[in-house]
Design a protein around this ligand. Structure first.
Ligand SMILES: Cc1cc2nc3c(=O)[nH]c(=O)nc-3n(C[C@H](O)[C@H](O)[C@H](O)COP(=O)(O)O)c2cc1C
Length: 187
């Protein structure tokens, strides 16, 4: 019997939504990253961590991966939440490459990564984030349309709008993985 915990870091709520859905389906504990100390993780066998994607990086993932280096007896499942479509291999790979750069070979063996789609509502962005997006969009608008990556096209298409691409059904592969790989979970 194993027990799991879901931990997340979310600026605008989409990652939190996925974390809540996963914790609900697995009937397991749920914490925001800043609410839980490393020592408290000792009691869990399966750690599921989700972070929003900002400028290609997964929020909080670096610290979680670092902490995981001393917890090789556990399984780590990472999920990312970004605007880009993870079905596009290029999108998923670019985020995964950044994550894997932080892992040792041993850590990598015990980690599984899933990607989900979040959303964006420009009316809710902080001043700093709106400025970053505005700068990025100006750069993208100067590119030849044919030279844009799928991720860049997604950014341009949603610019200035409110878009919600969250999808509860998307968590099913993660749920199935936890159930298959990690045996029955303690309720
Ligand atoms: C400043 C900023 C940078 C972003 N960069 C990316 C990115 O590089 N790739 C991506 O897919 N989505 C990007 N997004 C979209 C976010 O990943 C998306 O809004 C996600 O839902 C955020 O998670 P949250 O709602 O939990 O904060 C960015 C959003 C902001 C505000």
């Amino acid at each position: 019997m194993k027990n799991a915990v879901v931990i997340y870091e979310s600026k605008y709520g989409s990652t939190k939504k996925y974390a809540q859905w996963i914790a609900e389906e697995l009937s397991c504990d749920l914490f925001e990253r800043k609410q839980i100390k490393k020592d408290a993780l000792k009691q869990y066998d399966v750690i599921i961590y989700g972070g929003g994607v900002y400028a290609g990086k997964v929020s909080g993932a670096e610290a979680v991966i670092k902490a995981f280096h001393t917890m090789q007896d556990k399984s780590l499942i990472l999920f990312t939440c970004g605007l880009s479509d993870p079905k596009d291999v290029q999108n998923a790979e670019s985020v995964e490459t950044v994550l894997r750069q932080k892992m040792t070979a041993d850590t990598e063996k015990n980690v599984k990564i899933f990607h989900f789609r979040g959303g964006i509502d420009y009316s809710q962005l902080s001043f700093a984030d709106r400025s970053i997006m505005s700068m990025l969009i100006k750069i993208l608008q100067k590119k030849e349309p044919g030279m844009l990556t799928a991720q860049e096209r997604d950014m341009l298409d949603s610019y200035g709008k409110a878009v919600d691409l969250t999808d509860r059904a998307a968590i099913q592969p993660l749920i199935a993985y936890v159930q298959e790989q990690c045996g029955s979970l303690e309720q």
